[in-house]
Design a protein around this ligand. Structure first.
Ligand SMILES: Cc1cc2nc3c(=O)[nH]c(=O)nc-3n(C[C@H](O)[C@H](O)[C@H](O)COP(=O)(O)OP(=O)(O)OC[C@H]3O[C@@H](n4cnc5c(N)ncnc54)[C@H](O)[C@@H]3O)c2cc1C
Length: 391
């Protein structure tokens, strides 16, 4: 039997779209080129899938049009997904900041989605590559490794470019261009930053040291942990700010987030005048990191020997530690792809193309990218749901 809805990509967005369209009684077929569906779900959240964030708002997303995501997010909320998770008896917990993770394994989320697809009568073909797509009088004709297929509705849910080893391709962008869509420049997001030369040499042997910071880029900042790696900087605060950073742009860290560095140093000078700076900093920062600051940036002397001007300078440095990143680790380790199919030519209520009737784009392929913390899956579920109601 011919399909009514063909979905390219059996990831988070594609499977949600399939479930919703299938429940409406549409004949749905999902084409996935990898040997199984949902590989990124499986590897997500360290194997426990941070499947949503209870605090999701449109402000947690980057897009050339910040309004585009509003309608879909409002109609399919974290509570809707949590309801499905609970119906399937999947135990979960909140880690921090509204982030929900499975207690056990991401496999449960993939199984839930596949079970729901089966219940909705969705047909799924894995190891199926789409070679070519043509518009036809009654919809779309696909040339695939499983033969020719046709359907009036075609949903592109093929994801972004991150983690090519997991099956990521630029396929969705090519199809968008084929049908006249603008594709906004893509780049790696939620990705570690790399350092080179002296900044790297100064920190590389501290690889594994983690500390809370506030990472600032322009008007944006994220307060969370930072991890020093043998290539540069990572950890949640750095991954978050990486999505806002462009090569060459200034970045700085507040190394004593939530504290006034000047007040802290002045107080320490009063209370512990004989203590050396590295001891004082070592009580507020990881000891090896504090020691390193005293080798590369500050003179290590008893606190009483610093002049008020020196204390002010040190405080300024601790609150605005400059980071000269040489780049990012790129798509190899990025969690997401920024940019993508321009939302100007998509309907925000249905995700349908305004240029090609019956063609839909959902999930990460679209120029909507979430912060770290379950927001990207929430966008995948919400955009998949929106298209599933219409396709
Ligand atoms: C390591 C890692 C951890 C992550 N952890 C989290 C997390 O905990 N929480 C969170 O919210 N987000 C997380 N993300 C981001 C999240 O995984 C993505 O935003 C989300 O999967 C996007 O959903 P999607 O359906 O658009 O794309 P995907 O889930 O990537 O699915 C796209 C599917 O399309 C298939 N495909 C591609 N090209 C073709 C083609 N030509 N033909 C057929 N099939 C094709 C792919 O194989 C894939 O199965 C993580 C990402 C990574 C890389």
């Amino acid at each position: 039997m011919e399909s009514e809805v063909l979905i390219i990509g059996g990831g988070a967005a594609g499977l949600m779209c399939a479930i919703v369209a299938g429940r409406r009684g549409r004949r749905v077929r999902v084409l996935e080129h990898a040997n199984r569906c949902g590989k990124k779900i499986l590897m997500s959240g360290g194997g426990r899938c941070n499947f949503t964030n209870t605090g999701t708002t449109p402000a947690n997303f980057l897009s050339a049009n910040p309004h585009f995501c509003k309608s879909a997010l409002a109609r399919y909320t974290p509570a809707h997904f949590i309801e499905m998770v609970e119906q399937h008896d999947i135990a979960y917990h909140e880690k921090e900041l509204g982030q929900l993770f499975c207690d056990d394994s991401s496999k449960q989320i993939v199984k839930m989605l596949l079970d729901e697809c089966a219940a909705a009568g969705v047909r799924i073909d894995v190891s199926c590559s789409v070679e070519r797509i043509e518009a036809s009088a009654d919809g779309y004709a696909l040339h695939t490794t499983l033969g020719k297929m046709r359907a009036p509705s075609l949903v592109i849910a093929s994801g972004g470019l991150s983690i090519p080893s997991m099956g990521a391709t630029g396929f969705g962008y090519e199809i968008a261009r084929q049908f006249g869509h603008e594709v906004l420049p893509t780049r790696a997001g939620l990705v570690p930053l790399t350092l080179t030369g002296r900044p790297l040499a100064e920190l590389a042997d501290l690889s594994g040291v983690s500390l809370p910071v506030a990472a600032h880029c322009g008007k944006t900042s994220f307060r969370n942990a930072m991890l020093i790696t043998h290539r540069g900087l990572s950890g949640p605060s750095i991954l978050q700010i990486s999505s806002y950073w462009q090569p060459g742009q200034a970045l700085h860290l507040d190394l004593l987030p939530g504290q006034d560095a000047l007040e802290f140093l002045s107080q320490q000078q009063r209370d512990r005048s004989a203590a050396e700076l590295k001891t004082v900093l070592g009580d507020a920062l990881p000891k090896r990191f504090a020691q390193r600051l005293c080798e590369i940036a500050f003179a290590n002397r008893p606190m009483r020997q610093f002049t008020p001007a020196e204390i002010r300078q040190m405080a300024q440095r601790l609150a605005h530690w400059p980071v000269v990143a040489s780049g990012t680790e790129g798509y190899r380790t990025a969690e997401v792809t920024l940019g993508g199919v321009d939302t100007d030519e998509l309907s925000s209520t249905t995700m349908e193309s305004k240029l090609a009737k019956g063609l839909y784009f959902i999930g990460e392929v679209v120029d909507v990218t979430g912060w770290l913390g379950g927001y990207n899956f929430q966008w995948a579920w919400a955009s998949g749901h929106a298209a599933g109601l219409a396709a």
